[in-house]
Design a binder for this molecule. Structure first.
Ligand code: HSE
Length: 450
């Protein structure tokens, strides 16, 4: 719906926390510039919150507790949602879209779980649905995927899309400390939430991976399709093992297009979306991304490799992405058109983790006697897993003498690419060998040619 000439674009804001407060501030402070950029004034029509008394700093006459009434009011053209979670955000946004209102949302969880319903409602009414702030905060990433790279073919996205876990892993790497004490320190410094599970268990990154994979591969990928492992099982030994191999550990969101020969001269394509901690070489552009920063490495056939880097969370950075979307939606309304729709035409199958090609780093503590290396290598061979690197180092004799056992050795194996299921079974079988005293560390290896 195109507003009458000269009429302001009315904005309904749902939620007024850290991000919402910044949206109000930017809308107010930059009103003149926004009007010039959009071609019409952009005016806050209302702010829906649950407890108005908790928001003394925003214009009190705009506050309302009646969100469902606000989203379809006549003076509202665009609904900006920064509440998060599934309900009531879902119902409110569906009502807004069905009534032809443009929607700007930062809600990754809702988009990753139930994006299809929102896109269908937007399609049916011709309304806009923009969500740049849902992935990697301030970093312009979704618009480049959706628009700038629309003529290219994306093969892979590897992202550090969660600042909390990147802060923790960077701190573990720098100090050599374990996971639990580093998490506690991160909480004290305000880098981790009181309940950090959405971040450390990988749910937040998995939602973002689903959104990125959907856009990159023109295929509907939901959070249920994303294999997810968090960082809570990591210990100082894993991080140290990575260092010794010239690698570092990062929680990665990986979206990959997998092309394989179909046996009759053609190629079959599928996609994989997954989140887990992995070792990457120190020479990889993502290895230098430390602290709470986010970065996303995109590989496309024609463009080659692209790196997007910046602040992935926080009030002002996230509000920057929200305002960018708001300007785009407002411009579309002034012009009487709409932005790009959902593109899910490719409908590529999504692989399970077991079927996904990966490679492993395995560090073992073994008894040092003839034939042990051959026994271990035999298990890899039986599972069709090819070994890329083997390193063996003797323990200092005193370590073993102190606890009266035969001399031991550390065995480090890095594999070539194989199916994750084959790699997993190999490790299980190796762990059961008599000569293997302990599986010290097992981690996937990403970001290198194998
Ligand atoms: N909690 C997220 C992070 C930001 O730590 O990066 C919001 O997705």
């Amino acid at each position: 719906m195109k507003p009458a000439p000269g009429r302001a674009i009315g904005v309904a804001l749902l939620g007024c926390g850290t991000v919402g407060g910044e949206v109000v501030r930017l809308l107010t402070q930059q009103a003149g510039e926004l009007e010039a950029r959009v071609g019409a004034p952009v005016r806050l029509a209302g702010i829906a919150v649950r407890r108005p008394h908790r928001h003394p700093d925003v214009p009190q006459d705009l506050l309302t507790t009646e969100a469902s009434e606000l989203v379809t009011r006549d003076d509202v053209d665009v609904v900006v949602e920064v509440i998060g979670g599934i309900e009531p955000a879902r119902s409110l946004l569906l009502a807004a879209l069905r009534a032809g209102r443009g929607v700007v949302t930062a809600n990754k969880e809702l988009l990753a779980e139930q994006g299809a319903d929102l896109f269908a409602a937007a399609d049916a009414s011709g309304a806009d649905l923009y969500f740049e702030a849902a992935v990697a905060g301030a970093i312009p990433l979704l618009r480049p995927l959706r628009e700038s790279l629309a003529g290219d073919r994306i093969s892979r996205i590897t992202g550090i899309v969660n600042g909390t876990t990147n802060y923790i892993l960077s701190a573990m790497d720098a100090s050599g400390a374990g996971y639990a004490e580093t998490l506690q320190e991160a909480s004290q410094l305000g880098y981790a939430e009181a309940d950090p599970s959405a971040d450390v268990d990988g749910y937040d990154a998995a939602s973002k991976a689903a959104i990125l994979a959907s856009l990159a591969f023109h295929t509907r990928v939901t959070s249920a399709d994303v294999h997810r492992e968090g960082i809570a099982e990591l210990n100082a030994t894993d991080v140290a093992a990575a260092r010794q191999l010239g690698r570092t550990v990062k929680l990665l969101a990986i979206c990959e297009r997998i092309s394989e020969p179909d046996g009759s001269g053609g190629v079959t394509e599928s996609v994989s979306a997954r989140v887990y901690p992995a070792m990457i070489p120190l020479s990889h552009p993502l290895a230098g991304v430390s602290g709470a920063y986010n970065a996303v490495y995109v590989e496309a056939d024609a463009a080659g490799a692209l790196m997007f880097y910046g602040q992935g969370a926080g009030g002002a950075p996230t509000a920057s992405a929200v305002l960018g979307d708001l300007v785009a939606v407002a411009r579309n309304r002034v012009a009487g058109g709409h932005g790009p729709r959902e593109s899910a035409y490719a409908e590529l199958p999504v692989r399970t983790m077991g079927e996904t090609p990966t490679s492993y780093h395995v560090s073992l503590d073994v008894t040092d006697r003839p034939g042990v290396l051959a026994q271990v290598a035999q298990v890899f061979a039986e599972h069709g897993v090819s070994i890329s690197v083997v390193r063996q180092a003797e323990h200092a004799d005193e370590d073993d003498m102190a606890i009266r056992r035969p001399r031991g050795a550390s065995l480090v194996i890095v594999t070539h690419i194989a199916s994750d299921a084959a790699l997993r079974s190999t490790v299980d079988k190796v762990a059961g060998l008599d000569a293997v005293r302990e599986v010290v560390s097992v981690m996937r290896v990403e970001g290198e040619v194998s």
